[in-house]
Write a protein that binds this ligand. Structure first.
Ligand SMILES: Nc1ncnc2c1ncn2[C@@H]1O[C@H](COP(=O)(O)OP(=O)(O)OP(=O)(O)O)[C@@H](O)[C@H]1O
Length: 255
């Protein structure tokens, strides 16, 4: 196995507040890593840094061995927008709040980036878009606008949209936490199938422990910008060694 994502001793600050200092993390190609931890521990920030939505102040992130923030040939300068954009095409992200374009149909939402960014011919983009929407169970909803779809359906469109860019890495930031409870299962099923069937490297932030257990090859428990404990779901969630992990899991069980 090779490392597809590496955080090498990064520093991340918001103003004066240091979120990560000397933070390192790696995910293997095809690995499904679930990040758990209390609110504010830095889980979303990890995904946002990888998606180049947040800059770092020290260290480096590598994707497939290539630096994300220090463009080769320009190691002392911030990577150019063109370089970041090209690196970003390898990574897809599904957000808590779907973030669909409201004025576009489901199909249009899915094909927009392949058309504009990858310059895929419209016929091919549409064929692939239809296939992906079928795959997430929305074959009969392709021409609906987001407002005509339930939250669960919108999130499934968002997953199809991320897949349309043929990423190598797929990031999920609390993908079901904005959903009504009855829709959580349908979205989790789609993600679970994807995890079982695909070679994608997946990083998933979730507060849903049952889902985390089902989907993860490895669970990382974060606290205050540090990975306190990591291992298989059975190890971390079934038999946590560290007090802070135990306290976190108990706080969830306690409601
Ligand atoms: N844009 C920002 N400006 C300032 N501080 C921020 C910003 N974004 C996040 N933070 C802070 O960084 C820390 C880590 O936030 P992050 O969203 O990564 O945590 P999290 O573990 O994903 O939490 P949650 O489970 O609540 O989403 C928090 O203390 C948060 O307040």
């Amino acid at each position: 196995m090779s490392e597809q994502v590496v955080f090498d001793s990064i520093t991340k600050r918001y103003g004066e507040t240091c979120i990560f200092e000397d933070f390192s993390f790696a995910a293997q190609k095809g690995e499904k890593v679930v990040l758990i931890g209390s609110s504010g521990s830095g889980k979303s920030t990890i995904l946002r840094i990888l998606m180049t939505l947040e800059e770092i102040q020290g260290g480096e992130v590598y994707v497939d061995g290539e630096p994300l923030w220090h463009e080769p040939g320009k190691p002392d300068k911030r990577a150019s927008e063109a370089y970041l954009r090209q690196m970003r095409t390898r990574i897809g992200m599904v957000f808590q709040q779907f973030n669909l374009f409201p004025h576009m149909t489901a199909l249009r939402n899915v094909i927009e980036a392949p058309l504009r960014v990858l310059k895929v011919p419209r016929k091919d983009a549409e064929a692939r878009g239809r296939e992906l929407l079928e795959r997430v169970g929305l074959g009969d909803r392709m021409d609906n606008f987001p407002a005509q779809l339930s939250g669960g359906q919108q999130q499934r469109v968002a997953i199809a949209r991320a897949l349309a860019m043929r990423p190598e890495i797929l990031l999920f930031d609390e993908p079901t936490s904005a959903l009504d409870p009855e829709m959580v299962g349908e979205v989790q099923n789609v993600i679970r199938e994807l995890a079982e069937e695909s070679e994608l490297t997946m990083l998933i932030v979730t507060h849903e422990m049952r889902f985390a257990r089902e989907i993860a090859d490895r669970v990382c428990f974060l606290d205050k910008g540090q990975i306190i404990e990591e291992g298989s779901p059975a190890e971390v969630m079934g038999n946590p060694k560290k007090e802070r992990t135990q306290a976190f899991l108990q706080s969830l069980h306690g409601g």
